[in-house]
Design a protein. Structure first.
Length: 455
């Protein structure tokens, strides 16, 4: 009976509790009837950075911290004082740089009582492109070499001087491993003179169609981008007295040079290397002597691997292209020319050189530029010194040696030197000693360049 009495008492207590009215004014329970604590108010907000510097196109997330950490209301609102400089996502704090200038990013708590700010500076710094430079010579090699070709060398030019002579360079230098690519040219210059019939930019192919004048501008602009002293100076003013021009106001600022001319221009032809002390340390074109020294890489043969017809330079199984299809864009070369059946002939042998991109009765891809580095390096780790595109040199094209019949010309003369030959040239024009020239205001669809830096 004792147990039953206890149960009865508990039941009565439960009924009394359920029947008691609730004082809603003093109730601190939630909607579900459970007891809850008072809301914890926000006492402050801070950002992980007070200042931020970005380049145009960059982005970064700002992190906000609310105090105290267990505050009940953690909602925040981000705003930018100048969205043309940088925008910010309203709830996430994700900052995107839109244009050069300054702006202030403000974060505000939901109740509006607390704020924090970050001052943002946006710069328009150009990206620094990567150009791999190789030390020439790479070891304790002599700086003296024999330039030119022997009289009996196969392919030797009958009129352009290739007289053998000894040359001693004054110092080591660095040369770009590859020809300047279209992507690199676009990054520095903002356009691409290279032409393809399909209109497609081939980023890792060498840029071509570049004039000598444009190559000078590229060198100076890249030097400035990398914090180096620009090399080339062009006179701003030309005066003529008794038909004799005089030049003044030499400057390395390419903005003062004006647009590279598309016709002969005496101001640009009288460009010079800045006569400063110390000498400028920026990018430049190789001299003709530097180019041949680097191309030969200690060799004395027509090509830096030996002879053009060495057995290991030929692929006899390259196959014959379908040259009959005039609608196939692959049957057009980089000049936009279709190679007709009459040119190749139905029975042509379509072998191709394996060590460089120059012309033979070759396969389709061999009648165009190829991506830089597609062929093996020379002994000093330089690529495409033979073929692909011709390369501008700083030197004027003139005779190596003075003779009574052929007096040495005084620059400027008609043409600047180009070296190496290009994809459409035969072996004679792509030899180490082969010399060609172009007037400096034209690039044709054959000519690019590579760069040199002082050691």
């Amino acid at each position: 009976m004792k147990v039953w009495k206890t149960m009865a008492v508990l039941s009565v207590c439960a009924l009394v509790f359920l029947a008691c009215p609730v004082d809603k004014d003093n109730d601190t329970s939630g909607d579900d009837g459970y007891q809850t604590s008072d809301p914890i108010p926000v006492t402050g907000v801070s950002l992980n950075k007070n200042t931020l510097t970005l380049d145009v196109g960059d982005d970064e997330a700002l992190l906000a911290t609310i105090a105290p950490a267990d505050a009940s209301d953690k909602e925040l609102l981000f705003t930018s004082s100048n969205p043309t400089v940088a925008t910010v996502t309203p709830t996430g704090g994700f900052v995107e740089a839109a244009g050069p200038g300054t702006t202030t990013i403000t974060v505000k708590t939901n109740d509006g009582n607390f704020t924090a700010t970050c001052d943002v500076t946006v710069e328009n710094t150009p990206d620094i492109i990567t150009i791999e430079m190789v030390l020439i010579p790479p070891a304790l090699e002599s700086l003296t070499f024999t330039m030119g070709s022997p009289l009996a060398e196969d392919g030797r030019h009958p009129t352009i001087d290739e007289t053998e002579h000894s040359v001693t360079l004054t110092a080591k230098f660095r040369m770009s491993k590859h020809q300047v690519t279209q992507a690199q040219y676009i990054e520095v210059m903002g356009d691409n003179p290279s032409y393809y019939i399909d209109g497609v930019t081939k980023a890792n192919h060498p840029v071509f169609g570049v004039t000598f004048y444009q190559a000078m501008v590229f060198c100076n602009k890249l030097s400035v981008m990398e914090g180096k002293t620009p090399v080339y100076q062009v006179p701003v003013t030309m005066t003529v007295t008794d038909l004799v021009p005089a030049f003044s106001g030499y400057t390395a600022d390419t903005a003062e040079w004006g647009i590279p001319p598309i016709t002969r221009d005496l101001r640009w032809d009288n460009a010079r290397i800045a006569p400063t002390t110390p000498p400028p340390n920026g990018y430049r074109l190789p001299t003709e002597e530097q180019w041949e020294y680097a191309c030969r890489a200690g060799t004395t043969t027509p090509f830096n691997w030996g002879e053009h017809d060495d057995a290991d330079n030929w692929d006899p199984n390259a196959g014959k292209p379908d040259i009959f299809d005039s609608t196939n864009p692959d049957n057009y070369n980089d000049d936009g020319e279709w190679d007709p059946v009459e040119f190749w002939g139905p029975d042509a042998v379509y072998e191709r050189p394996l060590k460089a991109n120059y012309a033979t009765n070759s396969t389709i891809d061999q009648r165009k530029t190829t991506a830089v580095g597609s062929y093996e390096e020379n002994p000093w780790d330089l690529c495409d010194m033979h073929g692909n595109v011709r390369e501008w040199c700083w030197s004027w094209l003139r005779r190596y040696e003075w003779t009574p019949d052929f007096p040495q010309q005084t620059p400027p003369v008609a043409e600047r030197v180009t070296r190496g030959g290009y994809w459409k040239d035969g072996f004679a024009s792509t030899r180490s000693a082969s010399r060609t020239g172009l007037v400096p205001f034209t690039g044709e669809n054959t000519t690019g360049f590579r760069l040199v830096l002082p050691e």
